[in-house]
Structure formats: structure tokens, C-alpha cells
Ligand binder design. Structure first.
Ligand SMILES: [Zn+2]
Length: 341
């Protein structure tokens, strides 16, 4: 199917919250990883989300260019073309964008969407994330409300974050004193401020102990019950229309019971990056270790062109990542739910 339009993406999110499931939102950095997500979603009959981070965009633009908006555009344009060949819906997102990167990442991408809309073409991205979680809440929401207005005009969904996801992603590291647990007071303030832009759709990454990356069991104390407390407070204050659509960041390596409790509390999008990175690299490492004398020209031999052709191991890695996407849709209960059937 073509990339979901605004109405279809809104319907996806509403169906997920009503049905107690979430879409995997998988970070990609290349055509191969984007193709892996599309295949995995199609194999599991799940709709889903493909997203690009600032670092992923810079990488995709090439080491001689390092323009994060350019690389994100290339990936999005590929997905617009390729998604039409798969029997599922996919939405395109960008990931964490701190305030100091808005001018060189989210804004140029939004401007492209504005130009595309003026020319009668679909939006480049369905959603953008602004991550102002390192700022005081008031400053975070001041910027977010302005962005929300601009997004609403263009039928783009804004994702914001309150509280801080621990760990490190894309070279941005959370401080040791970071506020890893959001409070209902914080999210109530989000609901209150965003009422200034009636009818705008947004996603909220509220933290409940989440940490980017994977840690050994016991290191991370997730408290998904916080999300339910936040929902209850918002609905009590502003009615059912204020119920949040939550995003689960830093979910790689989480216990299934914690994931399911988060889904029941209204998580509709779960970002998965680290587990996919590992799956992709593990497949390539396996190929190289098993075929040492084919990948390399050992002791005067010539290696094996079939084995060192990057397509051989990139296809193996793509297949492995697609299988990991299938597993994610099972964990998130989105398998078999595509709107395309
Ligand atoms: Zn994140």
C-alpha cells in the first residue's frame, strides 16, 4: 500500500489504543534496513512505522555530506516508492530531535512537506518528534505548542517527550540525575497546554524508567503503572478526548509482561532500535566467521566472490532483521491487524 496518509495514520493509532496493541517503530539507516522492516511487517500482516533519527539521516546522506535532513529525505522517498509493493500500511516518522537540531532536521523536512502538499503530493513524513525533555517542562512545551500548530496545518503528527529516557542513543547521553519517571502532573500540563491547538494530534513519550540500549536483567526498573496514572489524571481533568497515545522509548530488552502492561495503558508506538541493530550485525558477523576464507583472501588464495559480495551478507542481514520485526509485532500484538486486509 502507499505510505499511510493522515486519516489512515490517525485510524491506525486509534485502532491500536482501542485494541490494546502497538506498532513497532523501527529505526532505519539505509535502503536495506528499510526493506527489512517492510518485509517483516508484510510477513506478519501488521502495519507499522519506519523512522529515521538525526544520526541515521546523517549516515544515510553519506560520510562526504552528513546532512541529516537529506539522508532522511532519501530514505522517506525510497519508502514512498517501495511501500506500494507491500500489502500493509506504513507510516514515516523522525525520531529524537533536540531543540538545537530543529532548524537543520525537522524544519527542513516540514518545509518539504509544505512544498509537496502545495504541489498535490503526499506528505514526506507522517510524524516528527521534538525532544525537549532536557529542557524545563515549561520551555519544552513552549516550543512544542508552536510546532504542534505548524504540524496541525500540515496534517503531521507531533511526538514529544516529557521525563528523560536514560542511557544513550545517537550519541546523546542522559545525565545520571535525569528524571526517568514522568509524573501525572507533568503529563496533565501537556494535555492542558496542547488544548491551545484544538484538533491537533500528538503522541506522548512519557517515561517510566525506560533506558535506551540493552542492559542485563535487573538494571532497568520499568514502572508502566505510571502510564495508567497519567491517563487517569488527564481523563479526570479534561475528559475522554484527552486520553493519551503513548510512545514507549528504550524498550529493547524489556520483559514481555512490562510491554503488555504498557500496551494496556495506551502505548500505541514502541520504538525499537538497539535490538534491530544487534540482529542485523549478528547475521553479518555469523556470515563472516563461518566463511572466513571466502570473505578474505587468506594466504595467497582469492577468497570467494559470492561470499564477499556485499549483497550476500546484506541479504542475510535483511532477512534476519525482517524476522526480528515479525517477533516485534507478536510481542506488541499488532500481528494480523493490518488495515489493508
Ligand atoms: Zn528514544
Amino acid at each position: 500500500m502507499p505510505v499511510a496518509d493522515y486519516a489512515q495514520y490517525c485510524e491506525m493509532l486509534d485502532r491500536a489504543r482501542k485494541g490494546g496493541f502497538a506498532y513497532p517503530a523501527i529505526n532505519v539507516t539505509s535502503l536495506t534496513t528499510a526493506n527489512a522492516v517492510l518485509k517483516g511487517l508484510a510477513d506478519s500482516k501488521s502495519d507499522g512505522i519506519i523512522q529515521v533519527s538525526t544520526g541515521g539521516g546523517a549516515f544515510a546522506s553519506g560520510s562526504g555530506v552528513k546532512d541529516m535532513a537529506l539522508g532522511a529525505t532519501s530514505i522517506a522517498e525510497h519508502v514512498h516508492r517501495a511501500a506500494a509493493r507491500y500489502p500493509i500500511y506504513v507510516a514515516l516518522h523522525t525520531d529524537h530531535c533536540q531543540a538545537d537540531k530543529l532548524a537543520t532536521f525537522v524544519m527542513p523536512l516540514l518545509e518539504q512537506t509544505e512544498r509537496r502538499r502545495a504541489a498535490g503530493q503526499p506528505n514526506l513524513f507522517n510524524g516528527h518528534m521534538f525532544d525537549g525533555s532536557a529542557l524545563p517542562l515549561k520551555d519544552n512545551l513552549e516550543i512544542a505548542v508552536k510546532l504542534l500548530e505548524r504540524c496541525k496545518q500540515n496534517e503531521v503528527i507531533l511526538e514529544i517527550e516529557v521525563g528523560v529516557v536514560g542511557g544513550e542513543e545517537d550519541g546523546v547521553k542522559a545525565s545520571a540525575a535525569a528524571k526517568l519517571y514522568t509524573t501525572p502532573e507533568d503529563t496533565l500540563e501537556v494535555a492542558r497546554r496542547f488544548r491551545e491547538v484544538p484538533g491537533a494530534r500528538y503522541l506522548l513519550a512519557a517515561t517510566f524508567g525506560n533506558v535506551h540500549g540493552v542492559y542485563k536483567p535487573g538494571h532497568v526498573k520499568l514502572r508502566p503503572s505510571i502510564l495508567k496514572d497519567c491517563q487517569d489524571a488527564a481523563v479526570a481533568a479534561f475528559g475522554e478526548a484527552a486520553r493519551f497515545h503513548f510512545v514507549f522509548h528504550g524498550g529493547s530488552g524489556s520483559e514481555l509482561s512490562d510491554i503488555h502492561e504498557a500496551l494496556d495503558a495506551g502505548v500505541v508506538k514502541m520504538n525499537i532500535d538497539t535490538d534491530m541493530q544487534y540482529t542485523f550485525t549478528r547475521a553479518i558477523a555469523d556470515h563472516c566467521f563461518r566463511n572466513y576464507d571466502g570473505v578474505l583472501r587468506v594466504d595467497g588464495e582469492v577468497g570467494n566472490k559470492k561470499i564477499y559480495d556485499p549483497r550476500s551478507y546484506m541479504t542475510i542481514a535483511e532477512t534476519a532483521m525482517a524476522a526480528r520485526v515479525v517477533r516485534a509485532t507478536a510481542d506488541l500484538r499488532s500481528a494480523g491487524t493490518t488495515m489493508a486486509q
